[in-house]
Design a binder for this molecule. Structure first.
Ligand SMILES: [Zn+2]
Ligand SMILES: [Zn+2]
Ligand SMILES: [Zn+2]
Ligand SMILES: [Zn+2]
Length: 127
């Protein structure tokens, strides 16, 4: 029995050779390999196409852009980066002032203290 390759390459195969062909088919990479991280999916597995679609949405090699500093990085680095991005906006609990993470020390040590002193003074004046 002669059949066309299920992966859509040009070859016409004998059914018995199908399995061997699927391992070397030139369309294999195109159809069943994540082009970002090179993860391969089993052709024999009926779910492979579906799994790959899901993988492609969640692949850790997807490039994402940090919403704070606009730097691009792999998805799996983003979580850590997001935690320590120096452009991340923080809000001070004490003075409610918003500032990027990189100014945190300056804020805590200088601005916030000064601001709170100022508020104290104003309170004292009105009390
Ligand atoms: Zn083929
Ligand atoms: Zn991938
Ligand atoms: Zn960032
Ligand atoms: Zn503050």
């Amino acid at each position: 029995m002669k059949i066309f390759c299920p992966l859509g390459c040009e070859e016409i195969l004998i059914y018995q050779n199908l399995q061997n062909h699927l391992d070397i088919c030139s369309n294999l990479e195109k159809n069943y390999k994540c082009n970002l991280c090179a993860k391969k999916f089993s052709v024999i597995n009926e779910q492979a196409k579906y799994e790959m679609e899901i993988h492609k949405k969640n692949c850790e090699k997807i490039l994402v852009k940090c919403i704070f500093c606009e730097k691009e990085m792999f998805r799996n680095q983003y979580e850590i980066h997001n935690y320590q991005c120096e452009m991340k906006i923080l809000k001070c609990e004490k003075c409610k002032f918003k500032f990027p993470l990189k100014f945190k020390t300056a804020h805590d040590e200088f601005y916030c203290n000064e601001f709170n002193k100022f508020v104290e003074n104003v309170r004292n004046v009105f009390n």
